[in-house]
Design a protein around this ligand. Structure first.
Ligand code: HEC
Length: 132
């Protein structure tokens, strides 16, 4: 009986812990490290590296308004991941799915794919939260 209670607490802690990833600013931190250099801290497409690129870096705050007021969640997820092949050749944007997977270490039975997807998801949630 005690055993079960202990397990239930562990599971609850795990679930609360993983929800916290979305609420505690993980996506914002990730954004500031990996994306702000080009897209800008305020996501207006004005990061310090933007001027060095041969094409212009898009602002990421108007993704919803460009899509009839609905945040294009799946499309943005796929765009950031980049592994579907559409961006694989000739895009300026790094293929984040590949990078995140390559740098991931698996722990607690998570695969590197799960780690990479989690990071991309938290980025998409962050972008969704800054739409104007
Ligand atoms: C090296 C500069 C650079 C970095 C770093 C970068 N991007 Fe981009 N991003 C671009 C450019 C340039 C485009 C325009 C299309 C293209 O070339 O792929 C773009 C396009 C996008 C788009 C599509 C916008 C639209 O209007 O459809 C999204 C979403 C995006 N980036 C998100 C991110 C996220 C999230 C990160 C960080 C994980 C990131 N970018 C990091 C340069 C960058």
């Amino acid at each position: 009986m005690k055993h079960w209670r202990f397990r239930a607490i562990l599971i609850a802690a795990f679930i609360l812990g993983s929800n916290a990833t979305f609420a505690d600013g993980a996506g914002e931190q990730e954004y500031n490290v990996a994306c702000a250099g080009c897209h800008g801290e305020s996501a207006m497409g004005d990061g310090p590296l933007a001027g060095l690129l041969s094409i212009s870096t898009p602002s990421l705050t108007g993704l919803s308004s460009a899509n009839g007021g609905v945040f294009p969640f799946d499309a943005i997820l796929t765009t950031i991941d980049g592994r579907d092949g559409v961006r694989a050749h000739g895009s300026t944007m790094p293929i984040w799915g590949e990078r995140f997977q390559a740098s991931a270490t698996s722990q607690r039975g998570e695969t590197t794919e799960m780690v990479a997807r989690g990071r991309i998801l938290s980025l998409v949630y962050y972008l969704q939260s800054i739409q104007q």
